[in-house]
Ligand binder design. Structure first.
Ligand code: CP
Length: 306
């Protein structure tokens, strides 16, 4: 595996995380430095995406590189039965870096085993979404002025939501307290709770999205119920509308509370929240551009400040 790949947030140290946040800050001030001149980045999206693909591609374009790839695998030769291994080996002939999203957990890790080109995991099934985590951490750092000692409430689909899994793991360096708000069917998986236990991370579990939980939070991290992960659509129908944040529910929230959501939202956040100054999800998505510029430069061993 190329050591500059980013497959799991667990692949990078606390110092590397802090370094990427500093780099994201730099790119927010200097989004158009042409440090990728002559580089080609492939974006291979076997699953749908708006933010992740377009912010990666914008990041490359703003840094002066070129993008190849596909946003719909049905237009690639995987539709003819080409294996993931062969697809990765082929694209490695053309690109300096591969950004890939795949429905299978472990697909990005597998890709690192068949190529020396660095791989960035843009989401693998319900497993990991490390570039989302970097933009989440940047957003948290910007809005709270710190990463340490925060109470983060995660709401919704904690079972299939890869963004909460990645964020939970990254926060192990920063002494968080987590509140997990989910119905029985969508609880945080046991392996992540064991991860918390092993790393001394405090967490509480609730089925009620109560004022007490909201008012104790610094970050309210809402998530979409991941319809595409359900094998039984009736099960999805049962749980899809259980938790919705309305503006009135933020009336007694802490001043510093910010509402995050990896997006897309369906109906987890009512539109009446959008104008509340605590709503941060659209800014969060914008931060993705700068965080991904930082991640791309790390992967290609480019120091933008030199
Ligand atoms: N947050 C996120 O991964 O969004 P997309 O699915 O639109 O890329």
């Amino acid at each position: 595996m190329n050591s500059k790949s980013l497959v799991s947030i667990d692949d990078i140290s606390r110092d590397e995380i802090l370094d990427l946040i500093e780099r994201a800050r730099y790119f927010e001030e200097n989004p158009n430095s042409k440090v990728l001149d002559g580089k080609v980045v492939a974006t291979l999206f076997f699953e749908p995406s708006t933010r992740t693909r377009l912010s990666f591609e914008t990041a490359v374009n703003r840094l002066g590189g070129r993008v190849i790839g596909f946003s719909d695998a049905s237009t690639s030769s995987s539709a003819k039965g080409e294996t993931l291994k062969d697809t990765i080996k082929m694209v490695s002939n053309y690109a300096d870096l591969i950004v890939m999203r795949h429905h299978l957990e472990g697909a990005a890790r597998y890709a690192t085993e068949v190529t020396d080109v660095p791989i960035i995991n843009a989401g693998d099934g319900s497993n990991q979404h490390p570039s989302q985590t970097m933009l989440d951490l940047y957003s948290i750092s910007k809005t709270q002025g710190r990463l340490n000692d925060l109470t983060i409430t995660m709401v919704g689909d904690l079972k299939y939501g890869r963004t909460v899994h990645s964020l939970l793991m990254a926060m192990r360096y920063f002494n968080p307290t987590f509140n997990f708000v989910a119905c029985d069917e969508l609880q945080m998986p046991v392996e992540y709770k064991q991860f918390c236990d092993k790393n001394g991370i405090k967490y509480n579990e609730y089925s009620d999205f109560s004022p007490e939980v909201i008012n104790s939070s610094d970050i309210l991290y809402m998530t979409r119920v991941q319809r595409e992960r359900f094998t039984d659509i009736m099960e999805y129908e049962k749980v899809k509308n259980l938790y919705t944040l309305h503006n009135a529910m933020l009336a007694d929230a802490k001043d510093n509370l910010r509402v995050l959501h990896p997006l897309p939202r369906i109906n987890e956040i009512s539109q009446d929240v959008d104008d509340n100054p605590k709503a941060y999800y659209f800014d969060q998505a914008r931060n993705g551009l700068f965080a991904r510029q930082a991640i791309i430069c790390r992967a290609l061993d480019i120091d933008p400040q030199k």
